[in-house]
Design a protein around this ligand. Sequence first.
Ligand code: ADP
Ligand code: MG
Length: 206
Amino acid sequence: MTYSTGADLVTLIVAISERINANKDELNKLDAALGDGDHGTGISGGFAVAAEQAQALDNPTPGDVLKSTAMALMNTMGGSSGALYGTFFLKASMLVKDKTELDSNDWAAMCQAGLEGVMQRGKAELGGKTMIDALAPAVEALKTSDQSLSGTMKQAAAAAESGAKATVEMVPQFGRAKFTGDRAVGHQDAGATSIMLMFQALASVT
Ligand code: ADP
Ligand code: MG
C-alpha cells in the first residue's frame, strides 16, 4: 500500500476499536494502579462508537473519517483523556482536510499536528508518564523513516511500544496519576499503552 484512502481510514478505525476492545481489561488494570481504573472502558466505548459512525459515512475522505472519530471520542469517552484523544484526531483531520489520499509525509505531518494539539491542551511533556511518551516517539519515527508506507508504520509501532515500556520507570507528573507519586514506578501508563495499541493497529492494516 502506497497511499491511505478514506476507506482505508475506516478500516483503521475498526481495527483500532477491535484491538482496544481485546485489551480493555488490561487497560483498566493499568489505569487502576495509577488512576481510577476506567481507561479501558472509556476508550473501548469511544472507539466502538467511532467505528460505527465511520462505517456509516458515505464515501468519506480521510479527513472526514478522522473528524467523525474526533467527535465520537469527545462525545462518548469522557474523562480527561476523551478530550485529549479527540483533540489528536481533530487536529489531524484539519491538516488533511482537502486530501483524498495520504502518503507517509501526510501521516507524519498530521500525527505531528495531533501531538502538538494534545500537548497544548493537556500541558504534559515528554517523560511525565502519559500518552505523550508513546505518541512522541511514534511521530518521530513517522517523520524520519525512509521506508515504504507499511515499513514506516511498523517502525512507528515499534517506537510507540518502546515508548510505552519506558513509562514503567517514570514518575507521573500530569493528570490523576500525579498523586500516586513514586508508587507508580513499576507500572506502565495506561494512555501510553492505548497509543501503542493504536499504532499496532495502524501497522496491521497498512
Ligand atoms: P482519566 O484520567 O480522566 O480517568 P483516562 O483514565 O481515560 O482518563 O486516561 C488516563 C490517561 O490519560 C493516562 O494514562 C495518561 O496517559 C493520559 N493523560 C492524563 N493526563 C494527561 C495530560 N495532561 N496530557 C496527556 N495525557 C494525559
Ligand atoms: Mg482513568
